[in-house]
Design a protein around this ligand. Structure first.
Ligand code: TRP
Ligand code: ZN
Length: 888
């Protein structure tokens, strides 16, 4: 909380006001130095005549940690008594003309900036991160997204140390200054808010390429990395070209500058940043090679490159009026990157992966102290609202428009959105109106998705009338989060459904009031209770509800296990086949958990086992889908179903199911594993990826076999696979098994891996992650020891997360160890990190958010750590906001 210990204040959406001044043009000059950097800013300003006609409102600029050297208005120095600066603002105390030029010169200290917000250094290079409010750490400014200006920047730096000087737009001047320094000047022709400004300076190598737009313009593409990484950029460049092509074909959107640059830096708080014409990326989402990156890494790179590229239209050309509207650009851009990845790979696999994230992380957020609507009403620190709710649930809400309007209607809405708002800073309401107007729809009720937090509960009852051959669905929706029930109003919920016949075939049926019989229908639920009737249904059908997860809701249906096993075997919708299997597995696992709590004898439901066997033997499913279907829901997901979470019982139940399935199908797993052995060198085509996925799944089950006479076939196979692997997917899958089995095989593999990869940071992160997520009781001691390892670092967020976030968020069984050592350890890490990097500290402290859902003993232990954190002097706004909401 800065120096003085005052309680941080909240900012409210309802308080939005347009700025009293506009900034039309910004000319920046950076003199980058080793001890300090000088920033001169020339702002061409103008009074906002709509709310400040007379100039009665003083000019108040944002700025943090700036050493002000001089201030001028229209070339006249501002005397010291007519301006005043505090921790956050500069106020000019005199009346200013209607138009004026404000010039400031400040000194900043990027080499000491460990928050990675504003201008900072990474591996000796300079780079910036300005979203959300980092630009104010560079110069005095109106650092808010509705102030859009034309930028030009001059960068001056030592020629040898910083041969490459980059900023947004086009390079328009370059010269030697004769004193060992050089100068480069950039101009960005597009208006933009300050959060999209970027500067990079350093010793970097470039992989270049090009893209010819559909109108025939040639765009130069540049991927900039530290020289030792230059061989690892091909996939990123290809992904960028694919993204550019896809956006033209799918949305008719063309790139607008002559150059597109991506810079990869190793110290970065998030995944990547869409700065105009100059994206800055976490190396994790750029660098790849078969030996160092897994299939998942390759997919993630493609997805994030796409995401940042798609922001050029959804975010940059049309941006947000204020930060409460963040989902306007993020929800929409996540939706677009999801569609892109689906088109580049497998739509069903992508949908399953996305829904898994939503059901674990987002549903989790909704049941805890940080629950907020996709358009929040208030915040203390904006950086805390870059959440799964704003991003991923936001994307689900965009998907609702798509489901309701269809592809063509959605496209019409997008076209109108760009036609109306190109070059402007707008709101979620503006988007919703464009979608409605383009399609002559009334989308008033859709606003409730932007206003109401919490996960909807959707109850469905089916009634079949054999005589009338009709089938009626009774739907009822409610708010599943008890704290949010007050003033709740029904949502618009599109429910995509199919009806299956006795043989599992899709039934053609006709919905009331519609002329055509179809095999799939979208029911538009708008009321608390609503019924829909289908005709010409000849026998009692089985319902396949919420296909492809057509809305972000929890389903509540009385279904017996036979019905779920039936859908798991037959549903023509792959997503729902997977989902039925997961629902069945969840049911079985929660029953086992109850048996463990009641100390009853355990046995694995035979219906589930036979359903599982059918999937195992299904020859039509591709390897990736099959692997997903053969994966049991994890402890985190299961824990969301328990009033009082019993992580130990959940873990024991899951282990019991896994080892039962491992033993029961031992020979099948072995056969499958061997049949999937690669006979050709590494390739990353779809078939090879699917093969590796399924083989990894078989190996994982083999890891759950018991030891017999000091032998363990799973460990043996993993050792062989690890030694023979010519790619990181195979090596990682093997090591994942080995880390769970303390002993010589594990020690050797971990030490070989370390020796081979200790100079490759992203791979060494995996070494930490694998150990932090290991499944054996010694893991707490190991994590504590790894935090003392010379390669562990608080300065690098990737490294910190690879140990601390993974342990606390992805290894719940051991993080929640009864003795509270995990909790104490996390609190210490949070406090140490908060002094360096508040954003990263605030993310990891969220691991305590569900403390109220645990047993009395754990509740007390977590609460004590939260109290210890909040009592610490000098806490950041970031951590303060999360912890104070948690303690409630
Ligand atoms: N706008 C970025 C994205 O979604 C997110 C981002 C990158 C970010 N860096 C950040 C958000 C730092 C807050 C703080 O692509
Ligand atoms: Zn984004």
């Amino acid at each position: 909380m800065k120096d003085q210990e005052k309680t941080p204040h909240s900012i409210y959406r309802k308080d939005y006001q347009a700025p009293y001044y506009w900034i039309d043009a910004v000319d920046l000059t950076f003199e980058l130095g080793e001890d300090a950097t000088r920033v001169r800013a020339r702002l061409q300003m103008r009074r906002n005549l709509e709310n400040n006609r007379s100039g009665g409102h003083n000019l108040v600029l944002h700025g943090e940690q700036l050493k002000t050297l001089s201030l001028k208005v229209n070339d006249n120095a501002l005397a010291a008594d007519i301006w005043q600066a505090d921790e956050e603002n500069l106020t000019v105390l005199t009346q200013l003309p209607e138009q004026f030029v404000l010039e400031s010169e400040v000194e900043i200290y990027p080499q000491n900036n460990t928050s990675l917000d504003g201008l900072y250094q990474s591996s000796g290079n300079f780079c910036t991160q300005c979203e959300a409010e980092g630009f104010r750490r560079i110069t005095w400014f109106l650092d808010r997204p509705d102030v859009m200006a034309r930028y030009s920047s001059t960068i001056i730096a030592d020629q040898k140390k910083y041969p490459v000087l980059l900023s947004n737009g086009n390079r328009c001047e370059q010269r030697d200054l004769g004193d060992g320094r050089h100068l480069v000047r950039w101009e960005d022709p597009f208006l933009k808010p300050s959060y999209l400004f970027a500067l990079v300076a350093g010793n970097l190598a470039c992989l270049d390429g090009e893209f010819i737009t559909r109108s025939g313009r040639k765009v130069r593409l540049e991927i900039w990395v530290e020289p030792q990484n230059i061989e690892q950029c091909e996939h990123a460049l290809r992904s960028l070209q694919q993204s550019m092509k896809w956006d033209e074909e799918r949305f008719g959107l063309e790139y607008d500058l002559d150059i597109y640059m991506i810079v990869a830096v190793s110290d970065f708080n998030m995944g990547a940043m869409e700065n105009k014409g100059l994206n800055v990326f976490n190396t994790k989402y750029v660098l790849s090679s078969p030996e160092t990156a897994t299939d998942k890494d390759y997919e993630d790179i493609q997805g994030v490159i796409g995401h940042e590229y798609f922001h050029n239209w959804t975010g940059n050309r049309v941006t947000c009026r204020d930060w409460f509207q963040l989902t306007l650009k993020e929800g929409l851009t996540v939706f677009r990157d999801e569609q892109f990845s689906a088109d580049m790979g497998s739509a069903a696999v992508k949908r399953i992966e996305d829904v898994k994230i939503l059901r674990t992380a987002q549903f989790d957020e909704d049941r805890g102290p940080m629950a907020h609507p996709i358009r929040p009403d208030s915040y203390i620190e904006m950086n805390n609202f870059y959440t799964v709710t704003v991003y991923n649930k936001g994307a689900e809400i965009i998907r609702l428009y798509h489901t309701l309007l269809g592809e063509a209607g959605f496209r019409k809405g997008m076209d109108l959105y760009f036609q109306r708002f190109d070059g402007q800073a707008v709101t979620c309401d503006d988007f919703r109106m464009a979608m409605a107007d383009a399609n002559d729809e009334d989308f008033t009720q859709l606003e409730r998705w932007y206003d109401q937090a919490g996960t909807p509960l959707l109850h469905i009852d089916m009634e079949y009338d054999a005589e009338a051959k009709s089938c009626t669905l009774h739907l009822q929706q409610s708010q599943s989060t008890p704290d949010l029930v007050k003033n709740w109003q029904p949502w618009v919920i599109p429910v995509r459904i199919g009806l299956l016949g006795e043989q599992g075939e899709d039934l053609l049926c006709r919905l009331d009031d519609t002329p055509d019989a179809k095999t799939e229908h979208v029911l538009k639920v708008t009321q608390e209770k609503q019924s829909f009737r289908f005709h010409e249904v000849n026998a009692r059908p089985v319902l396949s509800p919420l296909r492809r997860f057509s809305a972000p809701v929890k389903l509540d249906m009385q279904r017996d296990r036979e019905e779920m096993a039936f859908l798991m075997a037959h549903d023509s919708d792959h997503f729902n086949r997977w989902d039925a299997g997961q629902t069945l597995a969840q049911d079985v696992l929660l029953d086992l958990t109850a048996d463990i709590q009641a100390r009853r004898e355990l046995s694995l439901d035979s219906l589930f086992v036979s359903g599982f066997e059918k999937i195992l033997h299904d020859t039509h499913l591709d390897g990736a889908i099959k692997a997903l279907m053969l994966t049991l829901p994890n402890e985190h997901l299961l824990s969301l179903q328990m009033q009082e979470i019993d992580m130990d019982a959940l873990h024991t139940a899951r282990e019991f199911a896994l080892s039962t399935l491992a033993q029961h199908f031992k020979q099948q797993w072995l056969d499958l594993y061997h049949s999937l052995r690669s006979t050709t060198p590494y390739s990353n085509d779809k078939n090879a990826i699917n093969r590796r996925r399924l083989q990894a799944c078989a190996l994982e089950f083999l890891g759950y076999l018991p030891h017999t006479d000091h032998q363990h076939i799973g460990i043996q196979l993993a050792e062989e696979q690890f030694q023979a692997a010519d790619n990181m997917s195979d090596a990682e899958a093997a090591l994942k098994l080995l880390v769970n089995h303390p002993g010589p095989a594990r020690d050797k593999a971990l030490s070989d891996f370390y020796k081979r990869w200790k100079h490759e940071p992203l791979v060494l992160d995996k070494w930490f992650t694998l150990q932090a997520s290991a499944n054996h009781p010694g893991v707490v001691d190991e994590v504590l020891a790894l935090a003392q390892h010379p390669d562990f670092s608080m300065k690098n967020p990737n490294r910190f997360r690879s140990l601390i976030n993974i342990f606390s968020a992805k290894n719940p069984t051991y993080f929640h160890a009864k003795d509270g050592r995990g909790y104490q350890f996390l609190a210490e890490q949070v406090l140490a990190m908060d002094a360096l990097n508040p954003q990263t500290a605030a993310r990891v402290v969220s691991a305590f958010n569900q403390w109220k859902h645990y047993d009395v003993a754990r509740r007390a232990l977590m609460q004590a750590q939260l109290k210890r954190i909040i009592a610490s002097p000098g806490l950041s706004k970031d951590v303060y906001e999360i912890v104070s909401r948690s303690l409630g």
